[in-house]
Structures are given as C-alpha cells and as structure tokens.
Design a protein around this ligand. Structure first.
Ligand code: HEM
Length: 402
C-alpha cells in the first residue's frame, strides 16, 4: 500500500537524506556538553530570523523615525518588547555559543586535517556575524548606535588608499544618516544574512563530508565492525537528536529567564546609551563596543598609533584562519597535550581580560593590560608552530574513552 511517505519519496529523496545524514550518520559516542553549541547555534539563528522578521514589520529606516519606531515597538506594540529583547539578547547568546563552539574546536583539535575547511568556513561565519551584529547595532539609532557607526566607519576610513572611498560608500555620504540606515538594513536582512545562511549550509555539509571529531581527537573510522559501522559511533538519530532536544529545552529556559528577568543584563547585553536618541551634538566620551567585540577593540587601543593599532587588531582577527597549519603536533586533542592545554587556558583567560578592559574608558592605567593581552593573544598563534613541535604528549588511547 502506498503511503504519503512513499508519495513524497518518489518526488524528493527525503528517506535517503534522512538515512545518510541522520539514522546512518555515525557520530562518536563520547560527545560532551561543549557539543551542544552547534545545534543551539542553528536554533538561535532561526529565532533571530523569526524575531527580526517581526521587528521589520514596524521598523522605519530613516534618521528621523528609526529611534521612534523602535520605541514604538517596545512600548506601543503588543508583545513588541518580547520580540525586541528576543532579538537583542539573542545576539549576545549567539556569541556566547560561538565562543564555546570555537573553544571546543581548539581543545579537541577539530581544526586539524581533514577538518581544515570546516574550521575556515566556521571562522568566516564568525567574522561575518561580527559585521551582521554591527549593522544591527546601528539600526535603532540610539546615541550609541550613532557613535558606534562613526567609530567603525572611521576605522574603515583609515584603511590605506581605498579607506576614504570605502567609508563614504558604507555611510552613503559624508555622515551617518538615512542613507546609512537604509544600506545597513539592506545588508543586515538581505545580503549579509543570506551569505551567512549559505555559509552555515556549507559548514554542515563540510562536517558531514569528514565526520565529527570528538574529545579524544581519535578517528573513529579506524575501528569498524563487520557491518562497516564504526565501533565507537552511534546513529545521530535518535541518540543525538534526543540529546540535542534536551539541550534546546534547557537553553530556551535560560533564554526566557534572561528576557523576562534581566533583558539588558545590567547594560552588558543592551547599553544605557541605546535608550537615548542619536545626537551628533552630544558625543559620548568613551564609546566602547558590545562585549563580544571588546577584546579586538582593546587590542586596537593597545597601540597609540592608529594604523599600527588597526594592523595588530587585523592580525588578531586573521591568525585563527591559519590554525590548522600552525599546529604541528600529530596529536589532536589537548587531553593528551598538557602544554597546549595550558596555552589554551592562558589564551582564553587573556581573551576575557581583553573583553573587560575593552569596555573600560581609554585611560593610561589600562595600557599595560591591553598591550600584554594583545601580545599573549597573538603570541599564542605565533608560538604554536614551535611549541607544538617540541611539546611532550601523553599516550593517546586506540579507542575513545568515556
Ligand atoms: C552560526 C555559526 C555556526 C553554526 C550554526 C555552526 C554549526 C555547527 C554544527 C551544527 C556542528 C555539528 C555539531 C557540533 O559539533 O557541535 C558544527 C561543528 C563544527 N563547527 Fe560550527 N557552527 C558555527 C560556527 C562555527 C565557527 C565560528 C567555527 C570555528 C571557527 C566552527 C567550527 C566547527 C568545527 C571545527 C566543527 C566540528 C567539531 C567537531 O567535530 O569536533 N563553527 N558547527
């Protein structure tokens, strides 16, 4: 008897896809809590799309009305506050997940052969997300939006040769105004977002081409049973779909608690100056970026020379692309590499300190911390080829551990 499923399957390879990517996709059985981040990122991107779509139905992208339209969403639109906070807090939660996801990659050597391209696509997504967040940040046209737009476009302005033209192109004129808002809106919701969505599809395709790594950094395909199935692998569905669903439940509870009880996170997720209208006459003495961009801002400020500062920041952003080739040790996971693990811990703490100092006013007393932080962060990548080739390693087990 022909079922609805058969009807679909004759016209679309639903069962084949399900088999290939779910029920017969064998993932290592030793995933830990850090492996929740990938699926939660997919969920959060979907929620951003949903809340963003609803915000769009009330938002007006002109310098005259943008601020009022967002206040209208917050105070005069049914459930508008919920939708706006979903979108605003969603950004910070996405960056928390991104950093957890990247940390996992570092800890278990998930960037190593054969996952180099998976890593590179992921890192491009991260950089694109910074741009996406920046475009969105300017849209509500609060005073911080205005001055953040000024600061970032002036960094673009400082790029040698093409900078001034590029900055004018980004602003849509000499200053930040309606033309800026309209092109930022178009980028935020159409072009930039579509590129990110396409990159996410490529990221997951690349993952399924090479298979998942695991906390031991061992290739599970080396030990297969007589049926050709990896002995340390379990079908993604139902085992990991159920596990991920549990993660979704916990994560959405945290998300709801933040929106309902601390939507601005005391100014960390939504700064005070976003509640005041954009005003070119009232400059903000110390414009600092949101927390997730602050480490790079601290590195920019570490060097008093504008061009050198941009160079140091650019280096810090670019170096992780080369990680697959900077790490020379044959062992992947930091579980068996005490030196590498120590380096990751020091680099991670440095990144947090840089995030904190990037939020402080630009005072001389912070210079030393900024410089030391920049040196340690960049030093991690530059010293890795040497340290990874001489570091002692512990014996790696043949099969994955619990
Ligand atoms: C919105 C952005 C992203 C989404 C939606 C996403 C999604 C995913 C998903 C669903 C997985 C498989 C599940 C898992 O292993 O957690 C994954 C794995 C992976 N991702 Fe991402 N990712 C994103 C950003 C990134 C970034 C920024 C990087 C690195 C710079 C990255 C690197 C990796 C790597 C190396 C793996 C394989 C990890 C392993 O097998 O151990 N991803 N990603």
């Amino acid at each position: 008897m022909s079922t609805f499923g058969d009807w679909i399957n004759k016209r679309f390879p639903a069962r084949e896809l399900m088999r290939e990517h779910m029920t017969e996709y064998y993932a290592p059985k030793n995933f830990n809590i850090l492996y929740y981040a990938g699926s939660l990122l997919l969920l959060m991107i979907f929620l951003q799309l949903l809340s963003g779509f609803l915000l769009m139905s009330h938002y007006v992208a002109t310098s005259q009305d943008a601020f009022n339209s967002v206040q209208g969403i917050m105070y005069d639109t049914k459930w508008g506050w919920l939708i706006r906070y979903m979108h605003v807090d969603g950004v910070s939660l996405i960056f928390i997940l991104l950093y957890a996801h990247i940390l996992r990659g570092l800890l278990y050597g998930s960037y190593r052969e054969p996952r180099e391209l998976l890593w590179i696509i992921g890192y491009v997504i991260y950089i694109m997300m910074m741009g996406e967040a920046f475009f969105g940040y300017v849209l509500p046209f609060g005073n911080l939006s205005y001055w953040a737009g000024q600061v970032i476009t002036s960094i673009v302005h400082a790029i040698p040769f093409i900078g001034p033209q590029l900055a004018t192109l980004a602003r849509g004129g000499p200053g930040i105004g309606t033309a800026t808002l309209q092109r930022f809106l178009a980028l935020h919701v159409v072009l930039w977002f579509l590129i990110i969505a396409a990159l996410i599809v490529m990221h997951v395709m690349a993952l399924h081409q090479v298979g998942s790594n695991n906390p031991d950094g061992i290739d599970i395909k080396k030990h297969k049973g007589p049926n050709g199935v990896p002995l340390d692998g379990i079908p993604f569905h139902p085992y990991y779909t159920v596990k991920d669903l549990f993660g979704v439940g916990v994560w959405l509870t945290i998300f709801a608690a933040i929106i309902l009880y601390a939507p601005t996170m005391h100014g960390i997720f939504l700064e005070k100056n976003t509640f005041f209208r954009a005003n070119p006459m009232v400059s903000l003495p110390d414009v600092t970026p949101p927390w997730y961009l602050a480490p790079y801002y601290a590195m920019l400020r570490a060097i008093p020379n504008k061009y050198l500062g941009i160079g140091v920041m650019g280096l810090a952003i670019i170096l992780p692309f080369f990680l697959p080739w900077l790490d020379r040790n044959p062992v992947r996971s930091s579980r068996y590499r005490p030196w590498y693990r120590a380096m990751i811990i020091i680099m991670g703490i440095t990144f947090l300190v840089l995030a904190w100092v990037g939020e402080q006013p630009p005072l001389p007393k912070y210079f030393l911390i900024e410089r030391l932080g920049a040196a340690i962060y960049i030093g991690f990548y530059l010293l890795l080829p040497i340290i990874s080739s001489i570091e002692p390693t512990r014996a790696v087990p043949e099969r994955v551990t619990k």
